[in-house]
Write a protein that binds this ligand. Structure first.
Ligand SMILES: C[S@@+](CC[C@H](N)C(=O)[O-])C[C@H]1O[C@@H](n2cnc3c(N)ncnc32)[C@H](O)[C@@H]1O
Length: 293
C-alpha cells in the first residue's frame, strides 16, 4: 500500500490501535475516517485481506490519495460516516475491526486554501467535504449574533462567546481566516497560553461539518456493524467528542447482563512523550475501544 507515503499526515496512537483492535489475518475492516491511510496501512499489513476492507472519508482529496488501494480490492466510499454506516447496516454488513479517527487531517490544517487554520491566510471555508453546501463564510457572515454566540459557546467552550459573536457581526463581511483571527484576537485578553482564536475556530469547524451530531447518531450504528468478537476504536481530539464516545460506550457496554459490548479501555489511551516528540498533533488524541460480545 502506498497511500501514506505521499502525504504528511502522521497517524496517531498506532501502537494502541493495533493493541486494542488486534487485527488478525483474514479480519474484515471498516475505517470510517480513512484520511491518508496511515492507520489503514498498518491494519491491512495484519489482516492481509484488502478485499474485506472498506475505507470511508468525506474529503475527496483523501479519497483520491487512497485510490491506489482499489487495485488491491479495497472498497472506497466518499461519504460522511453516518450515511456510509447507515448504508452498510441496511445491507446487513458487519466487520471484525472498526476504526474512527475523528476530526481533521494534517493536510486540512496545513493547506491555507481549506480555511481551517487561524495561523494561515485562506478563505473562510472549513468544509471537510468540498462539495457540502455550508461553509464557514456563510456561518460567519449570515448567522445572527445569538446563533454565533451559541455555536462558539457550545462547540468551542469559549467563555467570551458573546463578545466574540458581537465583534464578528460588527466587522462583517469577513472573507479570510486572518481577518477572523484578528477580530477574535482584538477582543480577547492578552496572555492566554493558546492562540486567542483557537476555540472560535474549533467551534466554527464543528458547526460547518456538523461533527457532533454525526458522531452522536453514528455511535450506536457502529456497535451494530460489529461482528461478534469484533472491536471498535474511536480516537477523539477534544472533550466534547470524548464525552460523547465515553457516554455511548457506557450505555452500550454497561454492567447489564444483556449489554452488547464490553469495554476494552477503562480509561482513554493517550500518546506517550515519545510519540509527542515526532507528532505533536497527537497531544489531545484519546482512544477508547470496545469489543462486541
Ligand atoms: C484524523 S484524520 C484520519 C487520518 C487517518 N486515520 C490516517 O491515518 O491517515 C480524519 C479524517 O476523517 C475525515 N472525516 C472527519 N469527519 C468525517 C465524517 N463525519 N465522515 C467521514 N469522514 C470524516 C476527514 O476528512 C479526515 O480525512
Amino acid at each position: 500500500m502506498h497511500a501514506s507515503t505521499q502525504n504528511e499526515h502522521i497517524p496517531v496512537l498506532v501502537d494502541a490501535v493495533l493493541q486494542y483492535l488486534d487485527p488478525k489475518e483474514g479480519d474484515s475492516y471498516l475505517d470510517l475516517t480513512a484520511g491518508y491511510g496511515g492507520h489503514a496501512e498498518r491494519i491491512l499489513e495484519r489482516t492481509r485481506q484488502p478485499s474485506k476492507a472498506t475505507l470511508v472519508d468525506r474529503d475527496s482529496n483523501a479519497i483520491t490519495a487512497l485510490r491506489p488501494l482499489e487495485e488491491q480490492g479495497v472498497q472506497l466510499v466518499h461519504s460522511d460516516f453516518l450515511s456510509a454506516s447507515q448504508v452498510l447496516a441496511d445491507k446487513g454488513q458487519a466487520f471484525d475491526i472498526i476504526l474512527a479517527d475523528l476530526g481533521v487531517s494534517s493536510p486540512h490544517l496545513d493547506n491555507a486554501s481549506r480555511g481551517f487554520a487561524f495561523g494561515l491566510n485562506g478563505p473562510l471555508d472549513m468544509r471537510m467535504d468540498q462539495s457540502a453546501p455550508l461553509d464557514a463564510a456563510t456561518v460567519v457572515n449570515t448567522y445572527s449574533s445569538d446563533d454565533l454566540e451559541r455555536i462558539i459557546k457550545l462547540y468551542g467552550e469559549e467563555p467570551r462567546a458573546r463578545t466574540i459573536a458581537q465583534a464578528i457581526v460588527a466587522a462583517r463581511p469577513l472573507e479570510t481566516t486572518q481577518q477572523l483571527a484578528e477580530i477574535v484576537r482584538s477582543v480577547m485578553p492578552r496572555g492566554s497560553k493558546i492562540h486567542p482564536a483557537t476555540r472560535t475556530f474549533q467551534a466554527l469547524r464543528i458547526a460547518v461539518n456538523d461533527e457532533l451530531e454525526l458522531l452522536r447518531a453514528s455511535l450506536p450504528i457502529w456497535a451494530e456493524l460489529l461482528n461478534p468478537g469484533g472491536r471498535l476504536g474511536v480516537i477523539s481530539f477534544h472533550s466534547l467528542e470524548d464525552r460523547m464516545v465515553k457516554q455511548a460506550f457506557k450505555e452500550l457496554a454497561g454492567n447489564r447482563y444483556d449489554a452488547e459490548l464490553h469495554l476494552l479501555t477503562k480509561h482513554p489511551v493517550t500518546a506517550d512523550e515519545q510519540e509527542l516528540v515526532f507528532n505533536p498533533r497527537a497531544r489531545s488524541a484519546k482512544l477508547r475501544a470496545v469489543v462486541k460480545k
